[in-house]
Unconditional design. Structure first.
Ligand code: UD1
Ligand code: MG
Length: 457
């Protein structure tokens, strides 16, 4: 069986009040459309066809995915009309099924959609429904006295009796390709909205004597859609609740679960503690027994076992080794590689540097484009002067080096193993091993010097 997924994304989203097309608004740091495409990919779709609307070039250019095929729905004449635009992409083979998803309904679980695909009768269709306390606005599922699905009636076309029905159409359905093409060729727009309704395919199938199956989605949050930014915020909550649950089930204690945000793929070990207000973004891997302090943001990084990230630290695109201590108020910028037991203290910025095991940069320093050996101590206020205004240069520091406080290391420069740099030095030339090197004007004391005194007026 081959599976084509058609994603409807032609809505204008006027109520978002945005220059950004609705489906590009983000949930968990990723556009709703990109989430939906990921779902389609995870379901093993052979083709993914996105129906976009007039002026939707922004949508196309935002999604850089070679798997996706695009078709424009120039006029918005209804959901049935939207799917009709995708028909040229179908092979209409007997072994081909079509799954319809919506670009603004990104939270459907793969397991739910798998259940839907499994329930689809050959040559017919299966629809995903759910039951709502307030079904207002949705298409209702009309069933026979034997509870067989008979048709879907839109809110605007429904009488009072049908409006009482709590089971609604989520819009998501899967159908045999051949049958769907036939039904789509037979729908009309004789309804209140003068639209070509995809939902009319249900009645057409039943009229042919085919059984239409329904999978009732037990969790209505899976099929929520977005029309405005209130919905978007609600969807973010649902999305984050799932991420938090996954973290907790996998071994993380979240001290204030509601304040932890995940935007990406996080892999964790056991016994992790995450304090309030933490954001994990991109691909983040966290080893066993790691603590992440309050107000920290970790992006695309690996934090190995036993490491403590103290509060207010920002780490991006870096590798932090085992048993390190980072922060509070540390900024670890892209390309940083820390071995085990490295300490970075408060107001320390590290960029594109390697620091070997046991070394410490405890206070107020900038380490950029540097390589630091083992057990080296970088004193407070040390600056790697890596930039000459045009180019970046490297600072190479060996093992067991001691850099006195308030030193400037003007790169390119190399400091050999065991060297000591006197505090306040500006180092412009390479420094030999195991000696004291300093550049500092001699200290003098002026005898008989008098501090100026303010004259009384
Ligand atoms: C549709 C369903 C309704 C269901 C509801 C679930 C139909 C006729 N009705 O109603 O049964 O309960 O969704 O939310 O299918 N779209 C296009 N092109 C169009 C029209 C729509 O791409 O010409 C897209 C929209 O961008 C949206 C989706 O299809 O993502 C649903 O369209 P919308 O107009 O919201 O349909 P509803 O009236 O809400
Ligand atoms: Mg709608």
């Amino acid at each position: 069986m081959s599976l084509n997924v058609v994603i409807l994304a032609a809505g204008q989203g006027t109520r978002m009040r945005s220059k950004l097309p609705k489906v590009l608004h983000q949930v968990g740091g990723k556009s709703m459309l990109a989430h939906t495409i990921t779902t389609a990919e995870n379901l093993g779709a052979d083709r993914i066809i996105v129906v976009y609307g007039h002026g939707g070039e922004a949508v196309r250019s935002a999604i850089q995915n070679e798997k996706v095929e695009w078709v424009e729905q120039a006029e918005r004449l209804g959901t049935g009309h939207a799917v009709q635009q995708a028909i040229p992409f179908f092979t209409a083979q007997a072994d081909e099924n079509i799954l319809i998803l919506y670009g603004d309904v990104p939270l459907a679980r793969e397991s739910t959609l798998q259940a839907l695909l499994a329930k689809q009768p050959s040559e017919s269709m299966a629809i995903l429904t759910t039951e709502l306390d307030n079904p207002h606005g949705y298409g209702r599922i009309v069933r026979s006295s034997e509870r067989k699905v008979e048709r879907i009636v839109e809110e605007k076309d429904a009488n009072d009796e049908i409006r009482q029905i709590a089971e609604i159409n989520t819009g998501i359905l899967c159908a045999s390709s051949q049958s769907l093409i036939n039904w789509l060729n037979n729908i009309d727009n004789n309804n209140q909205q003068q639209e070509y309704y995809l939902t009319d395919c249900v009645g057409l199938a039943v009229a042919e004597g085919k059984s239409v199956e329904a999978v009732i989605c037990a969790d209505p949050t899976e099929v929520m859609g977005v029309n405005n930014r209130v919905h978007l915020a609600e969807m973010e909550n649902v999305f984050q609740a799932r991420q938090r649950e996954t973290l907790m089930m996998n071994g993380a204690t979240l001290r204030d679960a509601s304040s932890i945000f995940v935007e990406g793929n996080v892999e964790i070990g056991n016994d992790i503690i995450i304090e309030p207000n933490v954001l994990l973004r991109g691909n983040v891997t966290i080893g066993d027994d790691v603590t992440i302090g309050m107000n920290s943001v970790i992006t695309d990084s690996v934090i190995e076992s036993g490491t403590v990230i103290h509060p207010n630290s920002v780490i991006e695109d870096s590798n932090i080794g085992e048993n390190c201590e980072i922060g509070p108020f540390a900024r670890v910028r892209p390309g940083t590689e820390l071995a085990s037991k490295v300490k970075l203290g408060n107001f320390v910025e590290v960029k594109k540097s390697n620091i070997a095991s046991g070394s410490k940069v405890n206070h107020l320093s900038y380490i950029g484009d540097a390589s630091i050996g083992e057990k080296t101590n970088i004193g407070a206020g040390t600056i790697c002067c890596n930039y000459d205004g045009a180019n970046k240069h490297k600072t190479i520091i060996g093992n067991n080096v001691f850099i006195g406080s308030d030193s400037q290391l003007v790169a390119p420069v190399k400091i050999d193993d065991g060297a000591t740099i006197g505090a306040g030095s500006t180092i412009t030339r390479d420094v030999p091993a195991k000696k004291l090197t300093l550049s500092r004007s001699k200290q003098t004391t002026i005898d008989n010097w008098q501090r100026p005194i303010k004259q009384k007026k």
